[in-house]
Design a protein around this ligand. Structure first.
Ligand code: NAP
Ligand code: HSE
Length: 430
């Protein structure tokens, strides 16, 4: 590679994101060259099927099904991994780093599960490993945390980091749709996959939160340390009750550093309508970060899609290219220098929304309040809707320890006057 010949890149994958990267690097070629001081040249593109129609004109000589055409080409300086999945992606990314190439990836699964070994390979080869698009697509958040906010001690990060579920919850909130109907709509619009479990069960958000928390708190947070609850139990009734109490329900990724341990959890939560994240609607993502020096900052935008995601990938390519041109690759590697303990969920404390189906007769409220009180759970508000012999109780607790709340719920379930615990959802007011 020389500045004169440009920076050679190899694209692994030409699907949604790969196509976007190809488009941006071609459409904005002139400006990109001016900004980094050399042209970026796509030398080869790995795909599974070279004959597939990709909806844009590509010189067919660029396409290959042989990864060695990229990994063994000394004129390729940067490998862009956008094939997704783990096995091949990891093998190729590690080999690229071992061969002295910088790697850019959009792959949250690979980074969340194998970040450590990838960083070690990047360090050994003194090359860059950039992954801005792996969390919240086009929103800049990884580099802002690693660089712009680096002087802060980040105390908390709360994100809406899954667009599919945010779309569904928005539709449930604004149009009164049920969960199944909202999911069907998200699938018909191409937001949710045919198998939507990664989104609706919260796993997609958990991978993104593991990456964000590791960077924000400078400690490695593995995926199995993230508490995960999806949105499948959220009903139209809960959304209506929440709205009447001035809340919206969102799937949140919450990471908090409280000195005696960190909390890392993904779950639906009631959020006050006045919270900045409450106005994040449809497929949009946002991350609300609190630093000890900067205070609150919020990052908002499109968390997925061809061009927004490719915007982040292409910017990483430019950064890696600049570093190569200025021979300063590998400057910002792994920042997990601390070893912080992740608190067990039982030791976290928050407010709760509890919806109970109960008998409508004297003494019911008193017996329920007694069980909560016995377990140190203090109630902040109680709303009752009666319908003849049965009633629905909507309770909001004060901030209580999760383990106390769980004990109380066991006792409540045993009460003969309680027909069912219809739902329990955390309330996030920070
Ligand atoms: P995609 O549309 O399924 O494209 C994958 C591409 O990789 C295809 O071109 C496919 O080739 C190629 N490919 C897959 N496995 C391969 C293999 N073993 N060998 C050679 N080529 C292979 O995926 P995508 O939506 O672009 O996502 C790519 C990555 O970006 C994933 O890690 C994803 O999580 C991440 N990401 C995506 C979005 C988004 O909005 N889509 C947002 C943020 C992050 P063929 O075309 O020949 O089949
Ligand atoms: N499935 C993800 C979402 C996009 O709905 O936000 C890719 O990370």
């Amino acid at each position: 590679m020389t500045a004169k010949n440009g920076i050679g890149i190899g694209l692994l994958g030409m699907g949604t994101v790969g196509r976007g990267v190809y488009r941006i690097l071609n459409d904005n070629k002139g400006d990109i060259e001016q900004k980094i001081g050399a042209p970026i040249v796509i030398k080869k593109i790995l795909v599974r099927d070279v004959s597939k129609d990709r909806g844009l004109e590509i010189n067919s000589n660029l396409l290959t099904t042989n990864v060695s055409d990229i990994l063994s080409d000394p004129e390729i300086d940067i490998v862009v991994e956008v094939i997704g999945g783990i096995n091949s992606a990891l093998e190729y990314a590690l080999e690229a780093l071992e061969k002295g190439k910088s790697v850019v990836t959009a792959n949250k699964d690979m980074i969340a599960l194998h970040g450590k070994e990838l960083f070690e390979a990047a360090k050994a080869g003194k090359r860059d490993l950039f992954f801005e698009a792996s969390v919240a697509g086009g929103i800049p958040i990884i580099r802002p945390l690693k660089e712009c906010l680096a002087a802060n001690r980040v105390t908390q990060l709360i994100g809406i980091i899954n667009g599919t579920t945010n779309y569904m919850l928005t539709r449930m909130n604004e149009e009164g749709l049920g969960f199944a109907q909202a999911l069907e709509e998200a699938q018909s619009l191409g937001y949710a996959e045919a198998d939507p479990s990664a989104d609706v069960e919260g796993y997609d958000a958990a991978r993104k939160l593991a990456i964000l928390a590791s960077i924000a708190f400078n400690t490695r947070v593995s995926l199995d340390q993230v508490y995960v609850e999806g949105v499948t139990q959220v009903t139209a009734e809960d959304i209506t009750h929440a709205a009447n109490l001035n809340y919206v329900i969102k799937l949140l990724g919450i990471a908090r550093d409280s000195r005696n341990g960190i909390e890392v959890r993904v779950h639906p939560a009631l959020l006050p309508k006045t919270h900045p994240l409450a106005s994040v609607k449809d497929v949009f993502n946002a991350i609300f970060v609190t630093g000890d020096a900067v205070g609150d900052v919020m990052f908002y935008g499109r968390g997925a899609g061809e061009l927004p995601t490719a915007s982040a990938v292409a910017a990483d390519v430019m950064k890696a290219a600049r570093n190569l041109l200025h021979t300063c690759t590998g400057m910002i590697g792994c920042t997990c220098f601390a070893d912080k303990t992740v608190k067990s969920m039982g030791l976290t404390s928050t407010k709760y929304y509890i919806r109970l189906g109960v008998a409508d007769k004297p003494g019911v409220l008193a017996s329920i309040a007694y069980v909560f009180g016995k377990n140190d759970v203090s109630l902040a508000s109680v709303v009752q809707h009666s319908s003849g012999e049965a009633a629905e109780l909507i309770l909001i607790t004060h901030e209580v320890l999760e383990k106390n709340l769980q004990e109380a719920l066991k006792g409540i379930k045993e009460l003969p006057v309680v027909n069912e615990i219809s739902n329990v959802i955390r309330v996030e007011e920070h």
